[in-house]
Every structure is written in structure tokens, then in C-alpha cells.
Design a protein around this ligand. Structure first.
Ligand code: ADP
Ligand code: AMP
Length: 244
């Protein structure tokens, strides 16, 4: 593994084995980003950076950031850009990111995307010859399917595995297949909060699709298909990038 300093001074991850750059998973809540991120993480040995998970960890530990973020998260609103960008900047300094990384749920606003481009170096996608461009994979799922996915979502508080009472039920109800922990329902997976989260997505995140499309970095996949089919399409997008 190696790393290359960009104009902004940020160390760009370069995976010499795969030539892989950052992978950005883009889509509404419930689209399956976390589910797919876990498969990609295992396949390529690169970390999943989920801003939602990092924020929930802060909330559960009661840190100053967590207390501040909770007020937004409980209402389904976005945490301010600066808070999230600082958090991501800190996470990207960890050694495991040098091999490449998956961003799950970040960036979520145009301001965050601009910040990320600057952080990684403005022309990184053109200048970093040995590294493939960042792949931005958009998961497209229609509204009613999202509602069903979110209300049926259960997660393991110990290993983070994601289940769904309708589509991916655990072998024993409410119990993690891997470690036997009792599954939990996220506090923001309630219908009133879900509606607000989907509204935030439409208003603040959808414009990002245009941002990435304009610079030819957006790959769209139909995520309204069985998990394994979506995985196959996501891996094809990662490995063949813009020739998909
Ligand atoms: P996100 O990270 O985008 O919010 P998740 O990966 O947590 O989404 O998935 C949301 C819910 O939908 C989970 O309960 C998950 O088990 C389920 N799910 C994910 N992908 C699919 C799929 N392709 N088909 C049906 N259900 C899915
Ligand atoms: P998620 O786990 O991705 O569904 O995120 C859960 C919640 O965390 C969101 O509803 C937001 O309140 C907050 N959050 C996560 N990522 C971001 C982000 N990139 N920008 C702003 N808020 C975020």
C-alpha cells in the first residue's frame, strides 16, 4: 500500500492491489447502503465509514457531539455540515483508510460533497493516475419500498448486522444469527420520523445526484432487487466503473 499527497495536503488512499479509490454509497434511507457496504468491506478489506453509525456511537456514549447530534437525529433532520465534515476528516486520518474506504451516508449535501472534493484534493480524480476515480453508486428504490424496508429494519447492537422482518428475517425472531443478541429497532425508524428523513433526502441530498452526474462520476443501480442481485451490480460498478 502507498499513499499520495494531494494539493490540499490530504493523503489520498491508493490501493496498489486494486487501484481502487474511495467508494461513495449514495441513496435514500433504507436503500440498502449499509447492507451492501458490509459485503464490499469484506470483499476488499476496506473500512465502511457510516456517518450515521459514528453519530449513533457518539449518542450512545453521551459525548458532547452526541448530545448535540441527537436533537437533530431524533427528528429526522440532518446534523450540521461542519459537525459531520469534522467527524469524517478525523476518521479519514486512521491508518485503515489508506487502503481505500467506503463512505456510507456521506456526503449528503452539496456542501459536504464540495468539502470532500477539497479535502481529497481538487483534481484528485484526474491526477491520481494509479488510482481509479471515486465511484459514486446511487441506489434507486421507490418510496413505498423504502417505507417497508425502514419500518421492518432490525439491527444487532453487538455486531451491527442488519435484518428485516419482511425481507431478511433472522432465523430466530428478534435474535441475531451471529451472536444471539436481541435485535433492536432504530429510534428514527418510526413512521413520523421516516417521513421527515425522506423529505430531508429529497430536498438536501437528491441535488447531489446532479453534482456527481455533471462530473461523470455517478453510477446508478436498481436497488429494488434481491440483495444478491444488488451486490453483483454494485461490485460490477466498483470494478468496471464508468464503463458499466
Ligand atoms: P440504508 O443503510 O441505506 O439506510 P439498510 O442497508 O440498513 O439501508 O437497509 C434497510 C432495510 O432494508 C434493512 O432492513 C435491510 O435488511 C433491508 N434491505 C436492504 N437491501 C434490501 C433489498 N435489496 N431487498 C429487500 N430488503 C433490503
Ligand atoms: P443513517 O444511519 O445514514 O440513516 O443516518 C441517521 C441520521 O444521522 C440521519 O437522519 C441524520 O440525522 C444523521 N446523519 C448521518 N449522516 C449524515 C450526514 N452526512 N449529514 C448530516 N446528517 C447525517
Amino acid at each position: 500500500m502507498d499513499s499520495t499527497a494531494t494539493e490540499s495536503g490530504a493523503q489520498m488512499p491508493v490501493n496498489e492491489q486494486t487501484g481502487m479509490g474511495p467508494i461513495i454509497l449514495f441513496g435514500p434511507p433504507g436503500a440498502g447502503k449499509g447492507t451492501q457496504a458490509k459485503v464490499i468491506t469484506e470483499k476488499y478489506g476496506i473500512p465502511q465509514i457510516s456517518t450515521g453509525d459514528i453519530l449513533r456511537d457518539h449518542v450512545s456514549r453521551g459525548t458532547e457531539l452526541g448530545v448535540r447530534a441527537k436533537a437533530y437525529m431524533d427528528q429526522g433532520q440532518y446534523v450540521p455540515d461542519q459537525v459531520v465534515c469534522d467527524m469524517v476528516a478525523e476518521r479519514l486520518t486512521h491508518a485503515d483508510c489508506m487502503k481505500g474506504f467506503i463512505l456510507d451516508g456521506f456526503p449528503r449535501t452539496v456542501a459536504q460533497a464540495e468539502w470532500l472534493d477539497k479535502y481529497l484534493g481538487n483534481r484528485v480524480f484526474d491526477t491520481l493516475k494509479q488510482c481509479r476515480p471515486a465511484v459514486v453508486i446511487r441506489f434507486v428504490v421507490e418510496y413505498n419500498a423504502l417505507l417497508q424496508r425502514l419500518t421492518g429494519r432490525r439491527t444487532c447492537p453487538t455486531c451491527g448486522r442488519i435484518y428485516n422482518v419482511h425481507f431478511q428475517p433472522p432465523r430466530v425472531p428478534d435474535t441475531c444469527d451471529v451472536d444471539g443478541s436481541r435485535l433492536v429497532t432504530r429510534k428514527d425508524d418510526r413512521e413520523d420520523v421516516i417521513a421527515e428523513r425522506l423529505k430531508e433526502y429529497e430536498q438536501q441530498t437528491l441535488p447531489l445526484a446532479e453534482y456527481y452526474r455533471k462530473c461523470n462520476r455517478l453510477l446508478e443501480i436498481n436497488a429494488d432487487q434481491p440483495v444478491e442481485v444488488v451486490t453483483a451490480e454494485a461490485l460490477r460498478a466498483i470494478e468496471h466503473g464508468h464503463s458499466l
